[in-house]
Design a protein around this ligand. Sequence first.
Ligand code: 87F
Length: 522
Amino acid sequence: MAGPSEKKEKVKKEKVVKEKVAKASSSGQKKKDVKKETGLGLSVKKDENFGDWYSEVCKQDMIEYYDISGCYILRPWSMAIWEIMQIFFDAEIKKMKVKNCYFPLFVSPAVLEKEKDHIEGFAPEVAWVTKSGKSDLEIPIAIRPTSETVMYPYYSKWIRGHRDLPLKLNQWCNVVRWEFSNPTPFIRSREFLWQEGHTAFATKAEADEEVLQILELYRRIYEEYLAVPVVKGMKSENEKFAGGLYTTSVEAFIPNTGRGVQGATSHCLGQNFAKMFEINYENEKAETAMVWQNSWAYSTRTIGVMIMTHGDDKGLVLPPKVASVQVVVIPVPYKDANTQGIYDACTATASALCEAGIRAEEDLRDNYSPGWKYSDWEMKGVPLRIEIGPRDLENDQVRTVRRDNGVKEDIPRGSLVENVKELLEKIQQNMYEVAKQKREACVQEVKTWDEFIKALNEKKLILAPWCDEEEVERDVKARTKGETGAAKTLCSPFDQPELPEGTLCFASGKPAKKWTYWGRSY
Ligand code: 87F
């Protein structure tokens, strides 16, 4: 039992904590109050202040800021996008015989530090739980930043003979990395959602093949779902996952900031972890052999890349394939025209679309004008708007308005479903094409250091012949260090342009080995 003085101490401490909490939340409140109340529409333009534009767009419907820096609430509007990608990817990896599992969030220090080399550089980002209630834990517990060290002791246990291979597991989970550089919703947050796949094979050839199969799925998520063009390629020795053998990635590019962004990674770990965790098996010849491993992940960062790529001065622009509402139907009543008839037509239109598998919704709110609703749904990024007014009712048609390019078209109600399906496909395709053109316009081939610096200052995505030496990449980083971050390699594209005999490295003047993309990055 606590004595009176201890009790007093407890009350005092609780008061301090309460005050701290109140202060933290009121300062958050203040920020909100100060923010200009803009009503509908954004207060910043994408071209004028990209950073503010991005956070404003995110804050409209996708996320809510939280009272812990770098942590964000994913609201239904963004979570739905995550779920749609999840359904696609989960089904695809199941076709590849990958099975889902779930490992604990907590990692003991012994397990976390088992693989010293790999954890060393990352150590400052690991978050620890040190208390339960008011008492210190005897041994602090880490929160997973990734799960290699969590999972692999059990791979060692579960893999005994060649019949246990391949072992292909995936988990959908959250991870925590206590980042210190500026947090950005979706792009860099301290907690994020991802899938992490961890597989083990008898041969390197099988592992190599899977690395590329997974990378192709990541390309499809970006290009087919998010309508974001990406480059598939190999990471440099400096930029690969240090614990692995080689790293492949899909890389996106944000023209407004001139920054590359690593979209997802698929690593071949080689036998490094197998050695460390003794993941051995008895092969057909009854010899002891070591497994070959891969790991791969994509995260909620995908959503941020999509927002940055397609959003405009009116707000979000969602690709139809990931939009939780693909079509919104808005009544446009006019004076004493047949208002009920218009409302009924809207409901019927949305139902017909839903029945055909299109995600449609009618907006019958009677406290907003049609114009207000147009802006509201434009801000939310809904790909297609349907308007129904007295004239449309009369002509047995509806008016469609595309979010991506504003094009209006009247379509007969008789062919509603086919026409809308076609329009959604066109929007999806067009969004990809436009994004690709914008990216292509930023690609700059350079041959010399001067050209490189000029292109870097012009926010280009730089493609340069490189000698592929670690020392040279480090040197480029050092020579380009500035307020906006240093330039580094993004990847060497698998699709290599021709490299004529005698081409020299732009940075070292040594013979070039390959073309590599360079730039500042997120
Ligand atoms: C931060 C703290 C501790 C990245 C970290 O990419 C450890 C790490 O290991 C860490 N940040 N990494 C590399 C993650 C590699 C790998 N893990 C599985 C992936 C794909 C999924």
